[in-house]
Design a protein around this ligand. Structure first.
Ligand SMILES: [Zn+2]
Length: 262
């Protein structure tokens, strides 16, 4: 029978202690019927299940489940989206403590479902990777050979070390500030780090909407979504259209998500 391995019990307990809803590790009857998920162990998997195909999954295959689902963070879906954005960004950047992560499936806006897969291009998020339930929960699967390894380090970094911390969730509109020569300073990066590569350059007079305030290594950033990707804007590169932002828009978005979640 599929069981929940100790390392995922520990991760679940850590997450709950930081205000994350733990939706569980072991798959329910619906998962069991399909027989393919990382939420199932060997004895419940169909032949050639996608979650037992890689060398690492075959090597570590046991009756242990190898995924966890998480819901609201701090009581909100914005919190879940912020954590999801962090996980996507860390996987895409190849952070060492993501080495056992096989997939992350979730949403950055509560509408579009995106996935990161270790088997695909690491720099990309894949649209439509999972079903619509991932609008309101995020799935993290781990290679099966990591059954006994610690899984908390990555999450501890988010909640405790504060190298990247979401300090507020609010919508704000920005235009790029201009350099001395009149060129746009508006650049978007994949991680909140001045040294990170510039992924997009936004033309002067273009309005960009941010969804969260981010503190990273003592610097003030904003998180936005651009062409389906989480992107970071250095606060000092941008000029707000309306000082203080527009919390009313966020309230409506949250309401919409709550309504469509069921
Ligand atoms: Zn899941």
């Amino acid at each position: 029978m599929t069981f929940r391995p100790a390392a995922l019990t520990t991760l679940g307990e850590f997450l709950v202690s930081r205000g994350v809803v733990n939706l569980g590790v072991v798959g329910d009857a619906k998962h069991a019927k399909k027989g393919v998920s990382y939420h199932l162990g060997r004895d419940q998997l169909a032949a050639d299940a996608y979650s037992a195909r890689t060398v690492r999954d075959k090597a570590g295959l046991s009756d242990a489940a190898s995924a966890i689902d998480v819901g609201k963070v701090g009581g909100t879906f914005e919190g879940l989206r912020a954590l999801t954005a962090f996980l996507f960004a860390q996987c895409r950047a190849g952070a060492p403590d993501t080495a056992d992560i096989r997939e992350v499936i979730g949403s950055l806006d509560g509408k579009e479902v995106l996935g990161w897969s270790d088997l695909a291009d690491h720099s990309k998020l894949i649209p439509g990777y999972g079903d619509k339930t991932h609008r309101t929960h995020t799935h993290i699967s781990f290679y099966r050979d990591s059954e006994t390894r610690d899984k908390v380090a990555l999450f501890r970094r988010y909640f405790e070390e504060g190298d990247v911390r979401i300090t507020a969730i609010k919508g704000e509109d920005w235009k790029p500030s201009l350099g001395a020569s009149g060129a746009s300073n508006g650049v978007l990066r994949a991680t909140p780090d001045r040294a990170a590569a510039v992924m997009d350059r936004i033309a002067a007079e273009t309005v960009v909407r941010s969804i969260a305030e981010v503190s990273a290594n003592g610097e003030n950033w904003r998180l936005t979504e651009h062409l389906g990707q989480a992107r970071y804007m250095l606060r000092s590169d941008w000029t707000p259209l309306v000082p203080g932002g527009d919390p009313a828009v966020d309230a409506r978005l949250t309401e919409y998500i709550e309504r469509t979640a069921g």
